[in-house]
Design a protein around this ligand. Structure first.
Ligand code: SF4
Length: 927
């Protein structure tokens, strides 16, 4: 969305964006003064959005008179978002001025979860935490300090902090999000994400409902639209009629979990009709390795490879795919041929959706990438590249050595191939006595509400034996923060420093998030020592918090921690936040010092001015980059694998006599055949395969009222916990009814708006029915973005977005949540709080889901087999009931499906796989 603004109030001309040279003093008429023409003068300060991982640019409009932020618009200088945002970007202003925000550090003054809090000081917080962590390090309890992050919103900062402490304590939200897609992409290309070049594609195939709700929503959405306007056709595989599917040329409403079968049927069409890109495949697929391993008696020629895979996939006929998915064969053939006709300009994407819903969902990304490989569209203009080509994470100054320990609470032996931590299993591991957590940070992370089986989280969060101290770092109240010992207010998009980069298109950039009011003060010649001095209340920024905490953990440097937090410019003294970023911009971002010098600026001043920098463009075909003379000198080429090695290190691969960089897999080729899967006990999945889901149609009996519940889809205007403080967003979206097809509604006796009871393996929830043909018959769906709750009338949750609820535990392990009041007007300094007209807060469904960790990727398989019926006389809207004893049993059942480490050489995990905060090689070996 771009905004037309007056170029000059007195001239009355309109332009898309204020020109950069006028950001220091930008004039607009005050809309509140209309019809009078009252000029307002603004300082425009760039930052980046903190509401999803896309990292879009924002421009904060700071009133020069009052020094208040008045609004946020897009930053036209940002190469990823190019001045455009989704609704969540401008709604940052709501988050800044949220009348219920947490402004000071709070400490619990009653039992955990009692809701009794007292204000404390940052000094007290830091000293308490530092003493505990120092003791843990001194006693070599280096797996008892854990940092559990929701969306990071930064690139690499915390890795450095945790490695400086020498702990293996990084935990993430990844396995409720993207573990499935990541594994499928990793196996092919090394990089765990795709980077589609939508703008130049001739055909786009998406399984992410991407245009409306995907990972890089706005930057991708605008480029998908550009591609479509230039003539690209779009196909969407999504059981539900998403906004994207509604605009597509083909909508394939598949039975959930059957997507890989459809994709393999498309691959089969391309193979049988000889529509593949032979030259690309011959050069870049590890077909020789496949034949050597799986067809050892066959002469190694590319034609034999083609014969072998044609035979292998021949059973995936469009008719077979129809049987699995319900999609008519003609549609599958049409899409396959259209994709092939696009040649090397076939772009594809899956992130969550099917890859995150199903057991075996990781094969969805693997089978989708198979189509990109067959069409020769990997790394091409209009194709799909590895994300590593289009994301640039600059290195910080002095890197600590990798930690020497391995944390089995995050990386258990049962899941050696997971992407990444088995975060959802932490409560069960703690209950089983696999370890304890001494000091636990949740950082903008709300597992009680976001994760499946939240009641098991409630149980361990209240158990001081299992969780010694819990500090919640968060800009907003959350269901989880309520059960913490400390609630520490952290800044939002306009109140913190971070660097971000994402693969938004065929190019790379960095964005710089800034504490806007601090920058404003500095522009006015008023230096600030700590960001919280300029932010509202004592809201701090994490970067400075971690520097100060680390310093207090090791004040004399004897633990070896302090050295990493000393200034690179003033030896022995504490680094300032300016120095931290100054060093990175001066030393780690190619081209930035020169661009800054051209404007007579330092690199830091340049980034403060523009908020973003373009590092590279047109990043195509990087795998074909020849090795340099220097790299080749003294290297050896393996006659069988063609790998180029020097001093034991693989530098690239020889292709048709030319040593080139290749991909980041062990073979440096695109691995159709995965020796890793074979070596790690999953030989049946060594090539792209369809795995029948836990919600396969064979498991569902409609006669018994059984359905598949799709709980994964998003509302494009909301973002889990962190949008709860944005009134505009909740005014737009505040209900999450159960999508039911008219035929099913009739069968179930459900009328529009009637209450339905949805029973899972461990409990149930009560929700209103929405009858729609936008869902496949036999499937029901419910967005996971709503159903927020709070346990006290005036605290513990934003009243724009949470229902007041009563939480009871009638029997050990049994939890009953009942909504007492929906959304209602309330008094606050914001007059809008008295004008709230919506009443619904939605229904929380995730509490009723047991954990379903995919045995290989570790992804929580979100889809549920449920029983749907009309609600009973005692059921009320929003009721939730769960039994954690049953939840524990389901956890144990899924654990049985795994094939634990060690793998080859006694390893816990393949060394070439990515791992956040990677430990030393020694730590990979199981003692
Ligand atoms: S797409 Fe994400 S980063 Fe961009 S404006 Fe929307 S919420 Fe913010």
């Amino acid at each position: 969305m771009s905004t037309l603004v007056p170029l000059n109030a007195s001239e009355g001309q309109l332009v898309n964006f204020p020109p950069v040279d006028r950001w220091e003093d930008w004039t607009e008429y005050d809309p509140a003064a209309w019809p009078r023409k009252v000029e307002k003068h603004y300082s425009l300060i760039p930052t980046i959005c903190f509401n999803c991982e896309a990292g879009c640019g924002l421009l904060a409009y700071v009133d020069k008179e009052t020094r208040e932020i008045r609004k946020f618009e897009g930053n036209p200088a940002h190469p990823g978002s190019r001045g455009r945002n989704c609704a969540k970007g401008p709604a940052t202003i709501n988050q800044v001025h949220d009348p219920e925000r947490i402004l000071y550090p709070l400490k619990r003054s009653g039992p955990r979860g009692s809701g009794q809090w007292e204000r404390t000081t940052w000094d007290e917080v830091l000293d308490t935490l530092a003493a505990r962590i120092r003791k843990a390090l001194q006693e070599e309890r280096r797996t008892e300090v854990m940092y559990h992050v929701g969306r990071p919103g930064h690139d690499g900062y915390m890795d450095r902090v945790l490695q400086a402490w020498g702990v293996d304590g990084h935990n993430s939200h990844t396995n409720v999000c993207s573990s499935g897609a990541r594994l499928g992409y990793t196996l092919w290309q090394g990089s765990d994400r795709p980077s589609p070049d939508h703008a130049h594609a001739r055909f786009i195939l998406m399984l992410s409902a991407h245009l409306e709700t995907g990972h890089y929503f706005n930057p991708h959405a605008q480029r998908i639209i550009e591609g479509k306007m230039a003539g690209a056709k779009i196909a969407v595989i999504d059981t539900r009629l998403s906004n994207t599917a509604a605009r597509a040329d083909y909508w394939l409403s598949a039975w959930p979990g059957s997507e890989a079968a459809i994709l393999l049927a498309m691959a089969n069409v391309i193979l049988q009709e000889d529509l593949y890109d032979r030259r690309f495949m011959e050069r870049w697929v590890n077909w020789e390795e496949y034949l050597r391993s799986e067809h050892p008696d066959t002469e190694i020629t590319f034609d034999h490879f083609l014969q072998a895979i044609k035979a292998h996939y021949a059973t995936y006929t469009p008719e077979y795919a129809e049987q699995e998915s319900g999609i008519e064969p003609g549609m599958i053939v049409d899409v396959a041929r259209a994709a092939a006709r696009a040649g090397s300009a076939f772009a594809s994407h899956v992130w969550r959706n099917a890859a995150s819903g199903n057991e075996g969902g990781w094969q969805v990304s693997r089978c989708l990438e198979f189509l990109s490989v067959l069409t020769g569209s990997v790394g091409t203009k209009g194709g799909t590249s590895p994300n590593g080509w289009d994301k640039f994470a600059p290195a910080p100054y002095i890197r600590p050595a990798p930690q020497e320990v391995w944390n089995e609470l995050c990386w258990p032996k049962e899941y050696p191939l997971s992407h990444h931590e088995l975060s959802i299993l932490l409560p069960h591991f703690l209950k089983e006595g696999r370890g304890r957590v001494d000091t636990y940070f949740t950082r903008v992370y709300n597992p009680v509400w976001t994760n499946p089986d939240g009641a098991s989280w409630l149980e361990v969060l209240q158990d001081e034996e299992k969780m010694g101290l819990h500090a919640a770092l968060t800009p907003v109240w959350s269901e989880t923060a309520w059960f913490a010992d400390y609630v520490l207010p952290m800044g939002n998009a306009a109140e913190r420093h971070d660097i971000m980069s994402q693969e938004t298109h065929a190019g790379s950039w960095i964005g710089f998030r800034q504490p806007v009011l601090r920058v404003m003060r500095e522009r006015m010649g008023q230096p600030v020592q700590w960001t919280y001095e300029a932010n509202p209340g004592e809201v701090w920024e994490e970067d400075e918090f971690w520097i100060e905490l680390s310093w207090r953990i090791d004040p004399d440097g004897s633990l070896g921690v302090r050295q990493y937090f000393e200034s690179p410019y003033r030896p022995g003294e504490k680094v300032t936040i300016d120095e931290y970023y100054q060093w990175i911009f001066e030393n780690s971002v190619p081209g930035l010092p020169q661009a800054a010098a051209a404007e007579g600026l330092t690199p830091l001043a340049y980034m403060r001015k523009y908020g973003a920098f373009e590092v590279a463009r047109d990043t195509y075909n990087l795998h074909e980059k020849p090795l340099s003379e220097q790299q080749i000198a003294g290297s050896e080429i393996d006659p069988q694998t063609h790998l180029v090695r020097k001093n034991g290190e693989v530098l690239g691969v020889e292709v048709e006599g030319v040593p080139v960089v290749g991909f980041t897999t062990p073979s440096r080729k695109l691995e159709f055949f995965s020796p890793t899967m074979k070596a790690w006990q999953w030989p049946e999945y060594a090539v792209p395969t369809y795995i029948k889901s836990h919600v396969h149609r064979d498991h569902i009996d409609h006669a018994k009222g059984e359905y598949v519940l799709l709980p994964t889809f998003r509302l494009p205007t909301l973002i889990h916990t962190r949008s709860g403080n944005a009134k505009w967003l909740y005014e737009i979206s505040h209900t999450n009814p159960l999508w039911v097809h008219p035929r099913d509604a009739e069968r179930l006796g459900l009328s529009a708006g009637a209450l339905a009871k949805v029973q899972t393996e461990i409990g149930y929830f009560i929700i209103r029915t929405w009858i729609t043909e936008g869902i496949r018959p036999g499937i029901v769906a419910c967005s996971h973005h709503l159903g927020r709750w709070r346990l006290a009338k005036e605290s513990g949750g934003n009243r724009w977005s949470t229902a007041l609820a009563d939480l009871q535990q009638p029997e050990p392990g049994q939890w009953r949540l009942r909504q007492l009041e929906g959304i209602a007007p309330f008094e606050s300094p914001d007059p809008d709080s008295d004008r709230i007209w919506w009443k619904d807060a939605g229904v929380h469904q995730n509490l009723t889901f047991p954990v379903h960790p995919d045995p290989i990727s570790g992804m929580h398989c979100w889809h549920q087999k449920v029983r749907v019926e009309r609600a009973g006389p005692d059921d009320r809207y929003g009721d939730v009931f769960v039994d954690t004893n049953l939840a524990f049993r389901v956890y144990q059942e899924w654990l049985q499906k795994t094939r634990p480490a060690p793998g080859p050489d006694g390893l816990r995990r393949p060394l070439w796989f990515a791992r956040p905060v990677k430990p030393s090689v020694a730590a990979y070996h199981i003692p």
